[in-house]
Design a binder for this molecule. Structure first.
Ligand SMILES: [Zn+2]
Length: 179
């Protein structure tokens, strides 16, 4: 038993761990025996961008959400892009949703450009006094998204004033799509 727990810990340390809104938990559209969580919120974009990671097909990830005072919800996933709905899914492995002891909950205050790593929070990419932490659950990606955090959805395509990288680059559609 101890051995299994150790392996699990090592495994989760090697993978990037990002926020996802577990209210978006669904049967995975591509595999009905698995669950998946939509990576359509600002918090997922925020954590990916700050980590300097752009999503690619089948990338392994750990997703988490706050459950209560003592526990987080967590899932080990691979990601895939949904061209129909226009966002990424994090598809959970056979373990599904896990209750784990809560991780450190340090509020995020920066939004780092995926390209040049500049903090964009005080640039005109974001509205004035924009709080990246409180906007985490806002839905920003997908065809039917309504919970805009900017004036309009096109503001998500705002570009870094220093290097020109769009702020939504971390969750942009895969480049290798052959249509
Ligand atoms: Zn930049």
């Amino acid at each position: 038993m101890m051995w299994a727990v150790r392996c699990f810990k090592v495994n989760s340390m090697r993978r990037l761990r990002i926020y996802a809104d577990f209210n978006g938990l669904r049967i995975s559209p591509r595999n009905h025996e698995r669950y998946a969580v939509a990576l359509d919120t600002f918090g997922s974009l925020l954590d990916l961008s700050n980590a300097g990671i752009r999503l690619t097909e089948e990338m392994p990830l750990v997703i988490f959400d706050w459950s209560d005072e003592n526990e987080d919800l967590e899932g080990h996933c691979t990601v895939y892009y949904d061209w129909q709905r226009q966002f990424w899914w994090a598809e959970l492995d056979e373990q599904g949703v896990l209750d784990v002891p809560r991780d450190e909950r340090k509020p995020v205050t920066e939004f780092l450009c995926l390209g040049c790593r500049s903090d964009l929070t005080s640039t005109n990419c974001f509205p004035e006094n924009f709080s990246v932490e409180t906007m985490k659950p806002a839905i920003i990606a997908g065809k039917d998204s309504t919970d805009y955090i900017f004036e309009s959805r096109s503001d998500l395509e705002n570009r870094c004033p220093f290097c020109g990288t769009p702020i939504n680059s971390a969750i942009a559609p895969p480049e290798d799509k052959t249509k």
